[in-house]
Write a protein that binds this ligand. Structure first.
Ligand SMILES: *Cc1c(COP(=O)(O)O)cnc(C)c1O
Length: 389
């Protein structure tokens, strides 16, 4: 019998050892033994899928990958040391000199750096399309466009892209659709159902959910994952088995955690909507969000992030952060602890003012990653900090 993905996220685990452990074991080992020369030869010749070395494969890492494949509805996957190594591997394994990468302009800061600074060194062309004008995307496709890279909800503006429309567009032009699903997580949104060929994740965020370890994963079409695996096997961004064990255990609670993160975020964003210090509040499931209908079509809940725009701009933004008593100022999101950030002065500071404007990062934009603290304590911390802005 095939269990529901949420059951498999809990029950799928590495084969039980003779110790009869109940929780999943951790294989913290660099390499694996062979009984004899013939078995070792066969493993190296890829005639068996025996583990050889943890840069290539490791049972604990595989357990995490397998759960992610089930949750995303993917044929295959490969886990990496961080989200960025998953993103980078998905580019390097599948793009070559002369290819063109089309990307949405509102993407994670380091992904933007890879695309604009490093890919051109290898002769890979790129161009950006705007999250605001999806109707212009088709015209941006070139004969050598090989991949379309997007995030939805976008970072940090929480714009929503229509996965169904984009899935159809990439099928029509035979382009690989690569979706960073970090913000939504697979319990909330499954891009493969809408036509994505690859889904990348920073497991560091909601998947760990407790701010402990770095990790990344890419899942999708078998033949594409094969190339990504071969690239990673040789270049080495292997996920530590320890981190994989932490992340695999975290997947057991991902769905219930995300439900509470989203319920808290919706409640707080709703209450802040008409606050006199705020120019706007943005959350995918708020009726004021311009793409709420699309968000509700493709997401189970609105996720754990919301953002708002302080009327007072940059100075107010800094004052707000300095006035918080409960919330953390830290370079992460997707934690049990609520986190406030000011993208213009931190994650997106390397972009030019023009680039920031193009992706909606205004000086007074504050992004909140809503934690699992008691909801009124989070709200009250925001309210008292707003008083001081
Ligand atoms: C954090 C993040 C990444 C990068 O992941 P790391 O695990 O930090 O390498 C990529 N995409 C998004 C949307 C992120 O938030």
């Amino acid at each position: 019998m095939e269990y529901h993905p949420l059951t498999q996220a809990i029950r799928l685990q590495t084969e039980r050892t003779n110790e009869m452990e109940h929780s999943t074991p951790m294989f913290l080992t660099s390499s694996f033994l062979f009984d004899n020369a013939e078995d070792m030869r066969a493993a190296f010749a890829d005639e068996t899928d025996d583990n050889i070395y943890s840069r290539f494969s490791n049972p604990t890492v595989q357990e995490f990958t397998d759960k992610m494949c089930v949750l995303e509805g993917a044929e295959a996957g490969h886990s990496t040391a961080s989200g960025m190594s998953a993103v980078f591997a998905s580019f390097m394994a599948l793009l070559k000199a002369g290819d063109h990468l089309l990307a949405c302009n509102s993407i994670f800061g380091s992904t933007h750096t890879i695309i604009t600074k490093y890919l051109p060194k290898y002769g890979i062309e790129y161009s950006y399309v705007s999250a605001d004008n999806p109707e212009e995307w088709e015209a941006a496709i070139r004969p050598n466009t090989k991949m379309l890279y997007i995030e939805t909800p976008t970072n940090p503006g929480l714009d929503i892209l229509d996965l169904e429309v984009i899935g159809k567009l990439t099928k029509k032009h035979n382009i690989i659709l690569n979706v960073d699903n970090c913000f939504a997580t697979p319990v909330n949104q499954r891009p493969i159902e809408f036509g994505a060929d690859l889904v990348v994740h920073s497991a560091t965020k909601w998947i760990d959910g407790q701010g402990r370890v770095l990790g990344g994963v890419v899942v999708g079409k078998k033949e594409l994952i094969k190339e990504i695996f071969l690239f990673c096997r040789s270049s080495g961004p292997a996920l530590s088995p320890f981190n994989a064990w932490v992340l695999s255990k975290s997947l057991e609670t991902l769905d219930v955690r995300m439900e509470r993160h989203a319920a808290n975020a919706l409640a707080i964003a709703t209450k802040l909507q008409n606050h006199p210090k705020l120019a706007s509040v943005k959350y995918p499931f708020l009726p004021s969000h311009p793409k709420m209908e699309i968000a509700r079509k493709q997401m189970k809940n609105g996720g754990g992030l919301f953002c708002f725009e302080l009327k007072g701009g940059l100075d107010s933004g800094r004052k707000f952060l300095d006035s918080l008593k409960l919330m953390s100022l830290t370079a992460n999101l997707g934690d049990t602890r609520s986190i406030a950030s000011h993208p213009a002065s931190t994650t997106h500071a390397k972009l030019t003012e023009q680039e920031r404007q193009a992706v909606g990062i205004t000086p007074g934009l504050i992004r909140i990653s809503v934690g699992l603290e008691y909801v009124d304590d989070i709200l009250n911390d925001i309210l008292q900090a707003l008083e001081k802005c």
